[in-house]
Design a protein around this ligand. Structure first.
Ligand SMILES: [Zn+2]
Ligand SMILES: [Zn+2]
Length: 463
């Protein structure tokens, strides 16, 4: 017996979790600080009897109460998760996690009492994670209490795929190596952008910030990456989990609110991004992204589907060149440059604040458009420059106006519009002082005519 004990003491117990679970805790703690937050850790006691394998980590749930030194998690929410995992009888909610915003990195008195409640609850082992944030950053400390033993510190161990093997099949592709250093900000986590994110992470992009306020609903399941088990969850969190389930070493920040809210935090995220990728269903939101990109001096890519996703349009707005507002005003004006495509069905000119009603579209059409968009974004991230053919791409899947053929590309080069209200330079602003506030610059028609449309047809297989 003595021998067994001394052997058992040779190593501390381990709490094994994925980067994805770790990031979920970290994200929740950072969002709620300085208030306390927590959740349930569902997992299995490892065959060793000393270690705990984490299967799932829950958040606090929507009806949790967060206070400075206390958090009551939403019991209904926690039970929903536990029921979902109860099929595997080895899964036990034998662990919990919570934050100590005040910085205490060991279990408090009440924590120790809760962990000691082993015998009564019938668990062979209870695991406990304490998350703290101090000047050195975020910490996650693990503790294990087994029957008849004292509470002992446990080692946090990450289980993850072999990082060397992960991108093996990309090795040798020109430019791909640089993607691991690229950071993208994703605005809109709907069906199209969910596929873009999936494509980016599989290509090696490893830093994301995700902005979307929406939750997954059942109609979302026919397009994008969403699954039935995601219904009711925030799209940002589903996408974060997706990213980390492919590349557990990726960094993901989530902003589960609109692009108009919490500007300070979004500006910081935008400043560190190499590309802002926008796929929202609202012109208002797109123009907010435009303002954010201009303020941060960052390139932004905009993707939108035409009705029924028979085609789409893509805009790459680089600093100092035509911004999103420049492009929209050029391609929406009736006296557009000759040859400029005039897609029907989407009213660019309206500047309508309201989001478009969800359009019926086949998932495969959305996937094709998302693939085109992903490719444009990846090419930019690898090269650091836009396509030579233009800054606006119309891509037609079906031969409906403005497309005359299936799988057709139409490129356009839209020039920066001097005096554009969104990207006006200081000089232009100074020159416009004294102009009538509602005066349309006389040169507008000229500017549009000078937009040099590069409309041309390029077969996809030749591209
Ligand atoms: Zn505590
Ligand atoms: Zn502009």
């Amino acid at each position: 017996m003595r021998l067994l004990n001394s052997r058992a003491r040779q190593r501390v117990g381990e709490i094994r979790l994925t980067r994805q679970q770790y990031e979920a805790i970290r994200n929740e703690v950072l969002q709620k600080a300085p208030l306390e937050t927590g959740g349930v850790v569902i997992g299995q006691v490892a065959p060793s009897g000393r270690d705990f394998d984490v299967v799932a980590v829950t958040g606090p749930g929507p009806n949790a109460i967060h206070e400075r030194y206390h958090c009551s998690i939403d019991a209904d929410y926690a039970q929903l998760h536990m029921r979902a995992l109860s099929e595997d009888k080895r899964n036990v909610p034998a662990a919990d996690w919570h934050s100590h915003p005040a910085g205490l990195r060991v279990p408090s008195g009440p924590d120790q009492a809760a962990m000691a409640q082993l015998e009564a609850d019938g668990y062979a082992l209870r695991a406990h994670l304490i998350a703290t944030v101090d000047t050195e950053g975020f910490h996650l400390d693990g503790f294990i209490k087994r029957l008849g033993c004292k509470i002992e510190p446990a080692r946090i161990v990450f289980v993850e795929p072999d990082p060397h093997a992960l991108f093996q099949r990309l090795r040798g592709l020109a430019g791909v190596d640089t993607l691991v250093k690229r950071e993208v900000m994703i605005v809109g986590a709907g069906s199209g952008n969910s596929l873009v994110v999936d494509g980016l992470v599989r290509a090696g992009v490893a830093s994301f910030s995700l902005v979307d306020q929406d939750v997954v609903s059942t109609p979302n399941l026919v397009r994008g990456i969403f699954e039935a088990r995601d219904v009711g969850r925030l799209k940002t969190e589903v996408l974060r989990d997706r990213i980390l389930s492919i590349n557990p070493r990726a960094h993901v920040a989530t902003f589960s609110h609109t692009i108009q809210e919490k500007q300070d935090a979004l500006e910081i995220a935008a400043e560190s991004a190499d590309l802002i990728i926008c796929g929202t269903d609202s012109q208002d939101a797109n123009h907010s992204v435009n303002r954010l990109a201009l303020k941060a001096g960052k390139p932004a890519a905009y993707g939108a589907a035409l009705p029924e996703a028979y085609g789409g349009d893509f805009v790459l707005a680089l600093p100092g060149q035509a911004c999103y507002a420049c492009v929209m005003s050029a391609i929406s004006t009736p006296e557009s440059a000759p040859g400029a495509p005039q897609p029907r069905g989407i009213n660019y000119a309206s500047g309508a604040a309201a989001a478009l009603p969800p359009q019926p579209a086949l998932g495969v059409n959305v996937s094709i458009l998302a693939g085109v968009f992903t490719k444009l974004c990846l090419d930019f991230l690898m090269a650091g420059t836009g396509p030579s053919k233009g800054n606006v791409l119309f891509y037609g899947i079906e031969p409906k106006p403005p497309f005359t053929d299936s799988f057709q590309t139409i490129w356009q080069e839209v020039l920066r519009k001097p005096g554009c209200p969104a990207c006006m330079t200081d000089d232009e602003f100074a020159a416009r002082q004294g102009e009538r506030p509602h005066g349309v610059p006389a040169s507008l028609a000229e500017i549009i005519r000078s937009a040099k449309p590069k409309a041309r047809i390029v077969p996809l297989d030749a591209a």
